[in-house]
Design a protein around this ligand. Structure first.
Ligand SMILES: [Zn+2]
Length: 375
């Protein structure tokens, strides 16, 4: 069972600007923790930038022209592409950072494809710096400029593989859904906080694909405060039947950890134990598995969540308490000592209301969407 973690050291040098929630330094913290946990080696595979031609597989050329020149264009010329103060700032090194993120996800996808073609048993690839699932074909959105999951999935589809994409980020995986909306080569599944209460405002159950892809987009919105109970039922009643119907060749996951408790942007309460249930489900599919990171704005949730992803990919788990020291010296004192402890629930929605909402969504999918999905 070969596994590889993909990382670009240059990526951690960029900054969206002070105060922006998307902080790439979180990747350095993650690698520090993985080193302390002795989950490295194997050392991360260092990746370089994607070319413009590679990125053009997922984006319009006019948009890439604007993205490449964004630092020199007056703001009034870039606002139509989604750039500007707020979510998608133009910062020094923007185009280079997009190329690095895309390059890491492409390298991970090609590595996985090659292992599959060589007949290796259950290869796994993890690119925690990827998963920018909101970028559209010709517009930046939600801190995302280039949609690296779309580029990576195209590598797998081009190899004739059927892809099950599961997105557990707190936000709807709209850009990935959009790219494959009319295709049955990719079954996109997103579980996320309800779009009436969170960006990007989409991801309702009736968004289920079009044309040849009708039925091949599945959306499961959750009310604020939803967590382990909903995720457990989602795994058993949605993911498992979908896998059996669709019979994918490869699993691709976007594991944004902003669905974990106390995220400053989202309002879900999925515990680390709940995330572990999902990872064990993914492990148990015995499929080749490619994962990206994604959102995650509470630093500790990023560190422990993605440490657990990589641990599970390698058939390991996390201890009760974190190590005090790593290869580079002591880990920050400010980090909590215990991996699995959760903050008190915020009690955001009455559990009975959440349950009724879950049942309504499930019934709709079972009656209207699942029957359209075949092998
Ligand atoms: Zn998110």
């Amino acid at each position: 069972m070969p596994e590889a973690l993909f990382h670009s050291p240059h990526l951690t040098k960029i900054s969206y600007g002070p105060g922006h929630p998307f902080q790439v330094e979180r990747l350095e913290d993650l690698l520090g923790m993985l080193g302390a946990l002795e989950l490295l080696p194997p050392p991360p595979v260092e990746t370089g930038p994607a070319t413009r031609e590679e990125i053009a597989r997922g984006h319009d050329l006019a948009y890439l022209d604007a993205l490449e020149a964004a630092e020199t264009l007056p703001p009034r010329e870039t606002v139509a592409w989604g750039f500007g103060a707020g979510d998608n700032p133009v910062f020094p090194g923007l185009w280079e950072s997009c190329r690095l993120i895309a390059g890491g996800s492409l390298a991970a996808a090609r590595w996985l494809r090659d292992r599959i073609e060589e007949g290796e048993d259950r290869p796994r690839a993890f690119h925690p710096g990827g998963g920018l699932h909101h970028a559209h074909r010709a517009r930046a959105a939600g801190f995302c400029y280039v949609n690296d999951p779309v580029l990576a999935i195209r590598v797998l589809v081009d190899a004739g593989l059927r892809v099950l994409y599961v997105d557990v980020d707190a936000h709807h995986g709209d850009g990935v859904q959009e790219a494959f909306y009319a295709s049955r080569a990719v079954l996109t599944v997103s579980i996320h906080q309800d779009g009436r209460t969170l960006f990007p405002g989409t991801g309702f159950p009736n968004e289920s694909g079009s044309g040849d892809g009708a039925g091949y987009a599945v959306n499961f919105p959750l009310l604020p405060g939803a967590g382990d109970e909903e995720h457990r039922r989602f795994q058993r009643l949605v993911l498992e039947p979908l896998k059996d119907r669709y019979r994918p060749d490869v699993l691709v996951t976007e594991i944004g950890v902003d669905a974990l408790p106390d995220d400053p942007l989202a309002l879900l309460e999925w515990s680390l134990c709940g995330l572990d249930d999902f990872l064990r489900w993914a492990d148990g599919t015995d499929l080749p598995w490619l994962s990206f990171g994604g959102g995650g704005y509470r630093r500790w949730n990023v560190i422990r969540g993605w440490s657990l992803v990589w641990a599970r990919m390698r058939g390991r788990t996390l201890p009760e308490e974190r190590p005090a020291h790593g290869p580079g010296g002591p880990l920050p004192e400010s980090w909590p000592r215990r991996f699995w402890d959760e903050p008190p629930s915020r009690h955001l929605t009455d559990p009975q209301v959440r349950r009724e909402h879950f049942d309504q969504v499930l019934s709709f999918l079972q009656e209207r969407v699942f029957p359209r999905i075949g092998t």
